[in-house]
Each structure stands twice: as structure tokens, then as C-alpha cells.
Design a protein around this ligand. Structure first.
Ligand code: HEC
Ligand code: HEC
Length: 467
């Protein structure tokens, strides 16, 4: 027993040492994340599992859904959907509960798909969602519309979870994603071994203050040796991503069943390609910009096109200088580290683990033109502003109903509401303003473009459109 324990400790220590060694090309401020073995899967089966699979196993009764949301217009339906899913919007999935009740759940595409020019782009992070409304009262009230006993029981199961997590995922600002707050509150209400739901938290709940995050595009996963902005997710990526269904995964057997299809889901994610820039390009500018990029940016973001390479670097927060709140929240020194420990000691941790680094991944920039806003917290609306840290808007707002693409600045059009507007008293206007003075919302750092001349910046911007 003791010898075995020692052996395990030995491997963990060696692993940690190897993991922390600077890359051959690295410096004290960067850390290269090594590739790890992944389970193989089938992309076509993965798409089917993603859009038809019952991996989110709770939801609202179909009768209630029909009365409130109903069928989707043609353009918001997805190909390859079968049965009851055929007429649903892309981000809803029809499921059947253990008690026979027919339900509709949300799926991964709630956050990992977005609508552009009237079409659904699967894999593009949703940047226009609104998590600023408390849904608990609606979840409770909806029960009055349900009469069938099986449906009522399932509505209660779903509403309990929504009401429990709601105080922890209430954002201050529209457009930011709250997924990084959702995971810890779910961990704290689930038995680490059986995954059963507990009405009382079994671990101290996380802080209620939302740490804002932007959803990365799925098409870059094929280059990444880790998952998440902070490189927190290591090991078997299929096992990590299925934990996103934990709102409803109530038992170990269910988790094991979901796990079967997730290597296929991952294979599908790896098959995704970034959308090509759809507007004219200036070839001469692109060529100049390519040189600027290779001299100034490639050491962290890699090279692109034929023979391109990606270094998988985490850059420590002191070096990159972007808002450190997210990285610190999951760091080894943070009291919220208990959530990493929960994951690592659970079924999910059998193949994967959450590892802290206190830095951010220098992400692949493929399809960058389509993925505004920028940085892990979505604090910068255009690539032009990424390239000039001295001119980023401190308080800005945008149109949340359309994606108003700005070809010149590469990103979306926004309104700089200027200093002093942070005290906007109309709450509905207030929550539409991205206030970079809030904790976690900072837009500072990443000054690597600042020293470039205006001509170099213009060329670089043109080149970035081609990635
Ligand atoms: C509530 C919104 C939400 C849902 C639902 C969701 N995700 Fe995510 N996902 C995110 C956010 C936000 C991140 C980035 C978090 C971070 O990096 O800290 C992310 C990150 C990821 C990543 C890592 C991407 C990268 O480049 O590091 C993968 C893969 C992923 N999600 C897959 C899934 C799958 C598969 C599902 C469904 C089972 C799912 N997600 C459901 C919001 C969501
Ligand atoms: C020392 C490493 C390093 C260098 C050099 C560097 N970057 Fe970055 N870059 C990063 C890191 C780390 C991030 C993530 C920061 C965050 O999200 O907080 C990032 C983020 C970005 C983003 C936002 C990506 C997104 O999807 O949100 C863009 C765009 C970008 N860099 C472009 C560039 C360009 C262009 C250059 C050259 C002028 C450059 N970077 C130089 C490390 C670097």
C-alpha cells in the first residue's frame, strides 16, 4: 500500500517537474504545455451526438416549451437533426427523462454557436448572450403551467438547479459568459464520488462575483494541448468537455454513458475550420504584414499557412499584463482551488485534471476576424485596439441584436461612451456598457503592438484577416 502510494507520488512529482520546465524556446515568463494522449473518435458520429445526443439530462417539459418558445425559423435549424430535434432551434435538444417525461434541454451550442448574417456558425463563441437577468423567478413561475405529474417532477428537478446556481452566475454586463462561475457552484452541490445532487452545498460555494469570460472558438482546439484561457484543462479533453453537462448529470452511470460519445464529439470539434475572410484583401499589404507578424508576434502565437507551427505557450500574467483576475481565481494559491481538487478527485479526474499556471494561453489566431471581442474577458472590441493599448475604450457599448462587423478595425462597431458614464443610472443602459474598471473586466496589457508604426499596424491588420 505504502510503496504504491510512493510510486504514485513519484510520478506526480516527475510529471509536475516536466510540466513546469521552460520550453527550449521559452523564457522564465512563458511555459510550453506538452501534448498528451487523447482518445480517438469519429467526427460524423460526434456531430450527431452533439446535435441529437441526450447529454444534458434535465430541462423543461416539452408542453411548456411549446407554449413559450416553440419551433424555430428555418434558418435557425440545423441539418442532420432527427425526430423531435428537427424543428428546434440549434441550441435546444429534445430529451426523454427517466420517468418518461418529454423535455427540452439546452446544449453546448448555447455558448458555442452564433448567428452571423442569418446563419448558424457552429463552433463560433456566442458573444451576444445576456446573463444579467435573474431567471429564478421565471423558472419557479413556469411550474404553474405544468400539470402532468411526470412533467411536474422533471420541471422541479430542473428548476431546483436553476434556482441554486442563479445567484452565482448573475453577470453585471451583457455579452460576457459566466461558464467559469457555473462549474464551481455545480461542483459544490455534487457528491464527488457519486455525482448525486445535494440541495445543500457539500463544498463552500464560490464567490458570487462573476468573473467574465469570452467563449473561444472550437476550431482552434486542434492546435491546443490544454483547454481554457488559463490552460487549466489538461489530459483527456473529451472527459473535460463533457463536464459542461454537469447541471444535470445526476449519477455516475449517466456520466459514464455520456463519456462514450465524447471522443466522437471531440473529433467533430477537431474537424471544424475557421471561416475564411469574405471581403477583398490587399495582397501587397498582406505580404508586408506577414513579415511584421513573424518578427513581432509569431514567437507566442505561432506561424500560419503551409508548414505552420504553434508553440502552446502560457504567458504569465506579469508578462502579458492583461487582467489577472481569472488566472488568479484558479491559481494554486487561491482559496477557490478546492474546485480543482473536486474535479481531480472525481470521475472527471480519472482521465483529466485541472492544473493551475497563473497565466494565459497565447491563443491560435485562426479565424480571428470573426471572433470579436478580444482577450480572455472580451474587454477589447476590435483587433486594431488590441494592437494599440493606449487607445482602447474604457467604457463601451454595442448593438446586441446584430453583429455589426467593422472591416477597418477588425471586430465589431462599438460606441465609446467615455469616462464618467460608468454611473449611468438607467439599469438597462448600464448593463449594456462594458466597464473596464470593474474587477476582472480590465483591458490593459498585451502591449506588443504599441511600438509598431501606423503603416506596420495597417499591414499587420491586413495579414491577420487571412488567418
Ligand atoms: C454556458 C456556456 C457554455 C456551455 C453550455 C458550454 N461551454 Fe464550452 N466553454 C465556455 C466558455 C466560457 C469557455 C472558456 C472558458 C475558459 O477558457 O476559461 C469554454 C471552453 C470550452 C472548450 C475549450 C476551448 C479552448 O480553446 O480552450 C471546449 C472544447 C468546450 N468549451 C466544449 C464544450 C462542450 C463540448 C460543451 C457541451 C457539452 C460546452 N463546451 C458547453 C462556455 C460554455
Ligand atoms: C509574449 C507573448 C505574446 C506576444 C509577443 C504577442 N502576444 Fe498576442 N497574446 C498573448 C497572450 C498570452 C494572449 C492572451 C491574453 C488574454 O487573453 O488575456 C494574447 C492575445 C492576443 C489576441 C486576442 C486573441 C483573442 O482571440 O482574444 C490577439 C488578437 C493577439 N494576441 C495578437 C497579437 C499580435 C498581432 C501580436 C504581435 C504584434 C501579439 N499578439 C504578440 C501573447 C503574446
Amino acid at each position: 500500500m505504502h510503496a504504491r502510494r510512493a510510486q504514485v507520488l513519484f510520478f506526480l512529482t516527475v510529471g509536475a517537474l516536466l510540466g513546469c520546465a521552460p520550453a527550449p524556446s521559452g523564457t522564465a515568463t512563458t511555459l510550453a504545455v506538452a501534448a498528451e494522449a487523447q482518445r480517438e473518435g469519429d467526427a460524423a458520429k460526434g456531430y450527431d451526438a452533439l446535435v441529437n445526443g441526450e447529454y444534458v439530462t434535465c430541462g423543461i417539459p416539452e408542453s411548456l416549451f411549446a407554449k413559450t418558445i416553440g419551433e424555430a425559423p428555418e434558418n435557425l435549424r440545423l441539418p442532420g437533426r432527427t425526430g423531435r430535434n428537427e424543428k428546434l432551434r440549434y441550441d435546444y435538444t429534445a430529451i426523454t427523462a427517466a420517468n418518461g417525461a418529454k423535455l427540452v434541454s439546452v446544449n453546448c451550442l448555447t455558448c458555442h454557436a452564433a448567428v452571423r448574417d442569418g446563419k448558424v456558425v457552429v463552433g463560433l463563441g456566442e458573444s451576444q448572450s445576456d446573463y444579467t437577468t435573474d431567471l429564478a423567478p421565471f423558472a419557479e413561475a413556469a411550474g404553474q403551467l405544468v400539470s402532468d405529474p411526470a412533467e411536474k417532477a422533471e420541471w422541479r428537478r430542473w428548476a431546483d438547479r436553476v434556482v441554486t446556481v442563479q445567484p452565482y452566475i448573475l453577470a453585471d454586463t451583457m455579452g460576457v459568459n459566466v461558464a467559469d462561475n457555473l462549474a464551481p457552484i455545480l461542483f459544490s452541490h455534487r457528491d464527488q464520488k457519486t455525482l448525486s445532487w445535494s440541495a445543500r452545498p457539500l463544498l463552500d460555494p464560490p464567490p458570487t462575483q462573476v468573473v467574465p469570460v469570452d467563449v473561444p472558438p472550437w476550431w482552434n482546439l486542434k492546435k491546443k494541448n490544454s483547454m481554457f484561457h488559463t490552460a487549466l484543462g489538461r489530459g483527456d479533453q473529451s472527459r473535460i468537455m463533457m463536464s459542461a453537462a454537469l447541471l444535470c448529470t445526476d449519477e455516475l452511470a449517466q456520466a459514464k454513458a455520456i463519456d462514450q460519445s465524447f471522443p466522437d464529439v471531440r473529433a467533430y470539434l477537431l474537424s471544424l475550420k475557421p471561416p475564411a475572410y469574405p471581403y477583398p484583401l490587399d495582397a501587397a499589404l498582406v505580404a508586408t504584414g506577414h513579415q511584421v507578424f513573424d518578427q513581432t508576434c509569431a514567437r507566442c502565437h505561432g506561424t500560419y499557412g503551409e508548414g505552420g507551427s504553434y508553440p502552446n505557450l502560457v504567458v504569465v500574467t506579469e508578462e502579458v499584463g492583461t487582467d489577472p483576475t481569472l488566472a488568479l481565481a484558479t491559481s494554486a494559491a487561491s482559496p477557490t482551488r478546492r474546485f480543482n481538487d473536486w474535479f481531480n478527485g472525481s470521475f472527471y479526474g480519472e482521465r483529466a485534471r485541472l492544473v493551475t499556471t497563473v497565466g494565459y494561453v497565447a491563443p491560435p489566431l485562426d479565424g480571428l476576424w470573426a471572433t470579436a471581442p478580444y482577450f480572455h474577458n472580451g474587454s477589447v472590441p476590435t483587433v486594431a485596439d488590441v494592437l494599440d493599448s493606449t487607445h482602447r475604450p474604457a467604457f463601451w457599448t454595442r448593438d446586441f441584436t446584430t453583429y455589426d462587423f467593422d472591416r477597418d478595425r477588425l471586430g465589431f462597431r462599438f460606441t465609446d461612451v467615455g469616462h464618467g458614464k460608468s454611473d449611468e443610472s438607467d439599469a438597462s443602459k448600464r448593463r449594456a456598457i462594458y466597464d473596464t474598471t470593474r474587477p476582472g473586466y480590465g483591458n490593459h496589457g498585451h502591449t506588443y503592438g504599441d511600438a509598431l508604426s501606423p503603416a506596420e499596424k495597417a499591414a499587420l491588420l491586413e495579414y491577420l484577416k487571412t488567418l
